[in-house]
Write a protein that binds this ligand. Structure first.
Ligand SMILES: CC(C)(COP(=O)(O)OP(=O)(O)OC[C@H]1O[C@@H](n2cnc3c(N)ncnc32)[C@H](O)[C@@H]1OP(=O)(O)O)[C@@H](O)C(=O)NCCC(=O)NCCS
Length: 303
């Protein structure tokens, strides 16, 4: 039998620069929205409840790193999100099952019931490899795009004047609120104040990017925006209190978030939405967001 010339091993700190190169190559060839700058990758490796030394593996051939296997645990919903990528010239039939064995072992250690993988709709290779490994398609997330020039600026600015921004110290309140507004949403892993703090501390984010809607002391909605690069922004999350839905609050919050992004020079806005979330899709469509591409989620049970 031919020798397997690859070493699939745990990530070490000294792999960082090679990992940055791999992430950039992966995103250039098969994008799913991975970070690209060393700072953003270092921040990703430092997130709470994740340890790169155990949750990230690399594929080495001699002294070169040729692939990675990232396993993000989401214990509260019993899943591990796997992102695996290999340089095309190192793709071999024997590789995928070996990588899956490693992911499955880690998922078992974490007590996860399922492994989820996210691929762009046009990535035929990944889809056929996943199917061959026993994964099945479970969900389609749409990537929507809005050109700010199609927005009514007066309506957006009027909406913005109705709300305030997040203030440090509101992490617990926002975490509880998010968990209430996203309860039951597919793939939503309940948030913690620690996660909110971490996410707000990322280099490209600021507490002022979160629009908060209060009635008295009661938080009843929020819209979390972010600037992703020069001229481009994202609606990262938006939610309203289940008891306040269908009264126009979501639309106003979204417009307020867009007005905030516009004030930061953003011209194109992105967001990701579950295609099965009809309410959110209708809301985004009514403001002018249009489908750009789709990401498909595949699932495999951990046995
Ligand atoms: C999506 C969400 C923010 C909308 O908030 P909302 O306060 O109900 O929004 P609005 O009352 O402003 O409604 C806005 C639009 O949504 C759509 N909508 C609202 N309720 C709807 C329903 N029951 N069915 C279908 N569409 C609906 C309509 O297009 C509506 O516009 P219209 O009133 O002009 O027809 C809210 O449902 C929510 O928090 N959902 C859970 C979290 C979530 O899924 N967030 C989005 C993740 S991408």
């Amino acid at each position: 039998m031919a020798e397997f010339p690859y070493d699939i091993r745990n990530y070490r700190r000294t792999d960082f620069n090679d990992l940055v190169r791999l992430y950039r190559a992966a995103e250039a060839l098969e994008p799913i929205g991975r970070p690209g700058s060393p700072q953003a990758i270092a921040e990703k490796l430092g997130r709470p409840n994740y340890s790169p030394e155990t949750d990230l593996m690399v594929v080495a051939r001699d002294a070169d790193l040729v692939g990675f296997l990232d396993m993000v645990p989401e214990r509260a919903i019993g899943r591990v999100i796997v992102d695996c990528w290999l340089r095309p010239e190192h793709r071999r039939k024997v590789m995928a099952p070996r990588l899956l064995d490693n992911a499955t072992r880690r998922a078992r250690e974490l007590g996860a019931a399922v492994i989820h993988v996210n691929v762009r709709e046009d990535n035929e290779t990944a889809k056929s490899v996943l199917t061959g490994l026993g994964f099945h398609y479970v969900r389609c997330f749409l990537e929507l795009r809005l050109d700010m020039s199609s927005l009514d600026p007066d309506e957006a600015d009027r909406a913005a004047r109705e709300f305030n921004f997040f203030r440090p110290g509101e992490e617990e309140k926002l975490a509880q609120f998010q968990n209430r507004s996203f309860a039951g949403s597919w793939g939503y892993n309940p948030n913690t104040p620690e996660m909110i703090k971490y996410r707000l501390s990322l280099g490209h984010r600021s507490p002022r990017d979160v629009v908060m809607a209060y009635e008295g002391d009661m938080l009843n909605g929020y819209c979390w925006t972010e600037v992703v690069k020069e001229g481009e922004g994202r609606i990262y999350m938006i939610g309203t209190d289940p008891d306040y839905r269908g009264q126009g609050l979501g639309r106003k919050l979204l417009l307020a978030g867009l007005s905030h992004l516009k004030s930061k020079g953003v011209k194109i806005v992105w967001l990701t939405v579950d295609s099965a979330n009809e309410t959110a899709c209708a809301l985004y469509n009514s403001v002018g967001f249009r489908r750009h591409t789709s990401y498909l989620w595949y699932e495999k049970a951990v046995v």
